[in-house]
Write a protein that binds this ligand. Sequence first.
Ligand SMILES: [Ca+2]
Length: 189
Amino acid sequence: MSTAAEARPEVPKPSQTPAARLIDDFERAVDAWAAFRDEAKDTRLAFDRDPQIKHGGAASLRVRYDLAPESWATCSLVYDQPRNWSGFQGLSLYLHAEKEGQPVTIVAYGGTSPDDLLLFEYRLKAGPSAVKGWQQIDVRWEQLKPAPWQGDGTGKFDPRSAMGVAFAFEPSEGDRNLDQLWIDDIPLR
Ligand SMILES: [Ca+2]
């Protein structure tokens, strides 16, 4: 860096506190998160903080799931009231997986109350970097698609009324799917 650049006064940034930017980094208890599952099937999902495998800080979120064919499960963070994320273009996170190609759907919840959630999805498969270490995933709001069973498929996520996020899992090929993956550091971007 040149001395001229060093001498330049720092330009104040728009006031977004770190707390407002961060969805979670799993450094504290994860009791705001909840597991939801297809209760008609023998499908399970469990999550906890993992102090052994982490991207940043002291722990990540480990999600373990055992999915019956044609079922689903989610690990969800649902807010009591909508939050305004319109100052951001999306969110990012770090993913660690056991297998390359392991599918996971990142969900942003819209709506106005926990009883009236809209689901918007970004489907991805873990790449080799997620198996070797941590894969950074960036999701822009416009990349989110309404859940297939929701409306006519043209709805858009409205970041002015965000109700939370989730990681959603479905069995890929009609078999049981028993897997686990890890998530860490989820900021708004
Ligand atoms: Ca962490």
